[in-house]
Ligand binder design. Structure first.
Ligand SMILES: *[C@@H]1O[C@H](CO)[C@@H](O)[C@H](O)[C@H]1NC(C)=O
Ligand SMILES: *[C@@H]1O[C@H](CO)[C@@H](O)[C@H](O)[C@H]1NC(C)=O
Ligand SMILES: *[C@@H]1O[C@H](CO)[C@@H](O)[C@H](O)[C@H]1NC(C)=O
Length: 282
């Protein structure tokens, strides 16, 4: 794509983001977020399952975050709750919830609902409403490096807790008192290579349902090197090679693994394949 058409798409993206509502159902509307609509690669088979393929450059085996299988409540509270991130496995079985989050099931049950999209930059300035089926079918495309975080729309966090309640009710939360007593659900879906750049908030349990997700962490008080408007993908290409040996915690999570992050830890995320994920904020 030439520079001029990139600039054109960039402006168009911004104007749609500002107008507040995108409809991809209308094939005459050439919105850049809906550009897969005009390609022929949406096959019927594609409606069944998420495309969990990803570009090999996104993959890693590196993992320097503690892991614990069947972590007990006592162990969690004594060793991790306020101090250290940990990847927890074998404490819940969310197979049913994963099935409900398969592409076909979400389209069938919730395709006609509206969802709120946020821009994938550190501060998530803009919000846009879109038909959920449009988002699933046309907008969950691969992230490209030269589209900045603020021009990438992403459904995460801003969930319609009322209309999606039957779905979220099926999620079995991590079995720790903070999660069970005070946990608030935050659910999201994104295309391969999408993610949120570095930010911090309260403690959270985060689980991938489909696809995989890379996490990049720094302890509270660290000063990560990043541009809050760049996508995680851009950060990974430009800055990650310079900092990865130097105090960065990272790991790639697969479905069934839960990352626990204590309060205030910096984190950035990167999805591999089309990904569906859920977090419990405590
Ligand atoms: C599609 O576009 C046409 C022409 O602009 C408009 O009349 C129609 O209402 C649109 N349909 C939807 C579903 O947005
Ligand atoms: C699935 O994703 C891969 C990697 O992002 C992409 O190359 C491929 O075209 C996608 N397949 C379909 C059927 O959309
Ligand atoms: C990021 O983008 C926002 C909104 O366009 C702008 O106000 C802000 O100055 C930018 N921040 C940086 C560090 O470039």
């Amino acid at each position: 794509m030439g520079t001029l058409s990139r600039i054109f798409l960039f402006c168009l993206t911004l104007s749609f983001a500002r107008s507040g509502y995108i409809s991809c159902s209308n094939a005459t509307l050439a919105t850049p977020q809906c550009d897969q609509l005009h390609s022929n690669d949406i096959q019927i088979a594609n409606l069944q399952a998420w495309n969990i393929s990803y570009h090999p450059s996104l993959y890693t085996d590196r993992c320097n975050i503690a892991r614990s299988s069947a972590l007990s409540v006592a162990d969690f509270i004594a060793n991790f709750e306020t101090t250290e991130p940990v990847i927890i496995t074998d404490v819940t079985d969310n197979q049913l919830f994963r099935t409900l989050n398969e592409k076909k099931n979400l389209l069938d049950s919730y395709g006609d609902h509206m969802v709120k999209l946020s821009t994938a930059n550190t501060h998530s300035y803009d919000k846009t409403m879109v038909l959920f089926s449009d988002y699933i079918l046309y907008m969950m495309e691969d992230q490209v490096t030269d589209r900045s975080g603020k021009d990438t729309l992403y459904h995460f966090g801003d969930n319609d807790l009322e209309n999606f309640k039957p779905l979220f009710d099926q999620y079995i939360k991590p079995p720790y008192p903070s999660s069970l007593l005070r946990g608030t659900i935050s659910w999201g879906l994104g295309g391969s290579g999408t993610g949120v750049p570095f930010h911090t908030h309260g403690a959270v349990f985060a689980e991938v349902l489909h696809g995989m997700k890379r996490w990049f962490l720094y302890p509270p008080g660290a000063h990560p090197n990043f541009d809050p408007n760049d996508s995680t993908l851009k950060w990974m290409e430009d800055i990650y090679p310079l900092v990865r040996e130097n105090g960065l915690y990272e790991c790639m999570l697969r479905p069934g693994e839960i990352l626990y992050l204590p309060h205030g830890w910096w984190h950035a995320t990167l999805n591999l394949g089309q990904s569906v994920f859920i977090s419990v904020f405590v």
